[in-house]
Write a protein that binds this ligand. Structure first.
Ligand SMILES: [Zn+2]
Length: 217
């Protein structure tokens, strides 16, 4: 059971000090009083909207009051906010801030962990490329692996087969890299040659590069 403070737009005055009109008031046995006369004048107002802050402020405040306003059409009182002790609100704000900082630190740790995973995965991918294609220049293998493992790219390195370093998936990534880097495939596409025609035309050239890479240089 909490104390209730009413918001009012009516011309209501305090029964005790005659102050008013009162925007916020309490009713004791139907008699309106201002917050000062009701010994609530020292409390600060916290509008609703932040559930965690509200809960913490209420818990930390030895005295608090719910502020309500009557909604005429809905014919009911609706909660507007909370009156709490200044120190309790400050305490609650610090606690919520600490939470936000903890969440930010956790996100940073997750990000660093994923980055480390990506580095490890890219290295493993490059090693697998070099195992299958010992003649591939190491910097090319590294570049192909890095390109294939870009997070969120949907590229082969992010697929299940790629993650498992499936031989076929690794070969597909290498073949695609050769197609784009070592042939005029992209230029053919730009000049309007249909994709499958361009692929077919370049297949022997790509096979030759890959065959060359399959044996150590
Ligand atoms: Zn008063």
């Amino acid at each position: 059971m909490s104390l209730v403070v009413f918001e009012s737009l009516k011309q209501i005055h305090c029964a005790e000090c005659r102050g008013g009109p009162l925007r916020r008031l309490v009713r004791e046995a139907g008699v309106p009083r201002c917050l000062d006369c009701a010994d609530l004048g020292h409390l600060v107002y916290l509008p609703r909207g932040d559930a965690a802050l509200t809960r913490r402020a209420r818990e930390a405040s030895s005295l608090s009051a719910v502020v309500v306003r009557r909604h005429r059409r809905r014919r009911r009182y609706e909660r507007q906010g909370l009156l709490v002790e200044d120190a309790a609100l400050a305490h609650a704000e610090r606690a919520c801030l600490a939470d936000a900082e903890a969440r930010a630190r956790r996100r940073e740790r997750d990000r660093a962990r994923r980055a480390a995973e990506d580095v490890r995965f890219t290295a493993a991918f490059a090693a697998e490329i070099l195992r299958l294609f010992p003649g591939c220049p190491p910097e090319r293998a590294q570049a192909i692996a890095a390109h294939a493992s870009v997070r969120g790219s949907g590229r082969v390195g992010r697929t299940a087969a790629g993650r498992a370093l499936d031989e076929q998936a690794v070969s597909v990534a290498v073949r695609a890299a050769v197609r784009h880097t070592d042939t005029e495939y992209d230029a053919l596409l730009m000049s309007g040659v249909p994709r499958f025609t361009a692929r077919a035309r370049l297949a022997p050239l790509i096979d030759a590069v890959l065959d060359g890479w399959r044996t150590a240089a």
